[in-house]
Write a protein that binds this ligand. Structure first.
Ligand SMILES: *Cc1c(COP(=O)(O)O)cnc(C)c1O
Length: 378
């Protein structure tokens, strides 16, 4: 039987029209070969918006984190501290460099617990093996407790690289998420709040890091007419066409943040009164972009659970997803160390991400609210 509804996805791309104009300009000027003026336009746009001195446009957020770790010469035997509750794209670069992740649990903000970070830095310091970098994640758009984490990094001499992949458009006071760390990585993958189809940015105020990252992202070619290499790099530069999409998307970012936040409010209005339901909180003094609305179900009180709700939504052509499975529970990290763990395990057991597309209509929103409500007994 034909389902009368269109499928509702978790976080599909949402074009404004400005992207096609920029892509057309790139075509008309024949900047199809990967380098071209849209890259600088996109970088300048983002640097201005985020307040960072430099932004380097790359093929992904994962690449941005990788280049920051490579710049620090992190390698075999080194430890890198990172949030356990995150997506593996933020962690895999530690493995690319042959280093070892040390995971930290979340606190009630869902982001890295600074108290556990301090405990871990102290423990490593006492053992004489200080970590080489700290990678906290701005989870689902919620900025981490950046000032505390940076202060701890400074105290122990460890640079902070924020994984702000999900937090484009989020703020701490009037500062953009990630600003204040040594470096921050942003993602413009197709599922993020704005997209270049696929892409990322490494942002920093450190000119040397920005220059080196740009150099390494283009195969580490020395500035001579022939191809000369004193080291090796990567093919990580964003293409001019993808950057053109980013230029168009940047122009609607504030609208997209407003739409995600309004959608979150709509879910709270429609669902928060149900027994056992709560939502991922927003930390005082911060503004999350609410990339995804995340609901928490207490099965004892609710009389239902996340799996039941998710399968019910799936039957109604509505996509929802469990929250990120903590890294310390992933088979690939079975032998990695973790400080704490119970908090993110609970979020994983009971958290569900709801459809959060910015192009959803009021009808789409009610459809999801009604579908979730229908999974509750009584
Ligand atoms: C999306 C994401 C990444 C990776 O970004 P890509 O651009 O897909 O490589 C890293 N960390 C987190 C937390 C993400 O959500």
């Amino acid at each position: 039987m034909q389902n009368p509804h269109k499928k509702l996805y978790l976080s599909p791309p949402h074009m404004s029209g400005a992207e096609l104009a920029a892509v057309t300009e790139a075509f008309d000027t024949n900047f199809i070969a990967p380098a071209g003026p849209m890259i600088e336009r996109f970088e300048d746009f983002f640097a201005e918006y985020s307040g960072f001195g430099h932004s380097v446009a790359l093929t992904s957020g994962t690449a941005a984190l990788h280049l920051a770790l490579r710049y620090l010469n992190i390698g075999a035997g080194d430890k890198v501290i990172a949030s356990s509750m995150t997506f593996i794209g933020g962690i895999a670069p530690i493995l690319y460099q042959g280093a070892e992740p040390v995971f930290i649990d979340s606190d009630q903000s869902w982001t890295m617990d600074p108290a556990l970070l301090e405990e871990t830095l102290t423990r490593l310091s006492v053992a004489g093996t200080q970590a080489r970098a700290i990678i906290p994640t701005d989870l689902y758009g919620q900025p981490c407790d950046l000032d505390r984490i940076v202060a701890l990094g400074d105290r122990f001499g460890v640079p902070v690289i924020v994984d702000s992949a999900e937090a484009v458009g989020s703020h701490i006071g009037d500062r953009h998420a990630g600003k204040g760390a040594w470096a921050a990585a942003y993602s413009f993958n197709g599922n993020k709040i704005i997209t270049t189809s696929g892409g990322g940015i490494l942002a920093t105020d450190d000119t040397e890091l920005a220059d080196r990252a740009r150099f390494l992202s283009q195969q580490a070619r020395e500035p001579v007419p022939h191809y000369e290499h004193e080291t090796f790099g990567y093919n990580y530069r964003l293409s001019n066409i993808a950057a053109a999409i980013g230029v168009g998307q940047m122009s609607v970012l504030p609208e997209r943040v407003a739409a995600k936040r309004a959608l979150f409010d709509c879910y709270v209005d429609g669902l928060a009164a149900l027994p056992g339901v709560s939502f991922m909180p927003e930390q005082p003094g911060t503004q999350s972009n609410r990339w995804l609305t995340v609901m928490l179900i207490d099965p004892e009180k609710a009389g239902t659970d996340t799996t039941t709700i998710r399968l019910r939504l799936e039957n109604m052509d509505i996509e929802s997803r469990p929250v990120w499975k903590p890294m310390h529970l992933q088979p690939v990290f079975a032998s990695s160390s973790v400080t704490g763990g119970a908090v993110s395990e609970r979020f994983f057991a009971h958290g569900l991400c709801l459809p959060s597309g910015t192009a959803m209509t009021a009808d789409d929103q009610s459809r999801v609210v009604e579908a979730v409500r229908s999974a509750f007994p009584g």
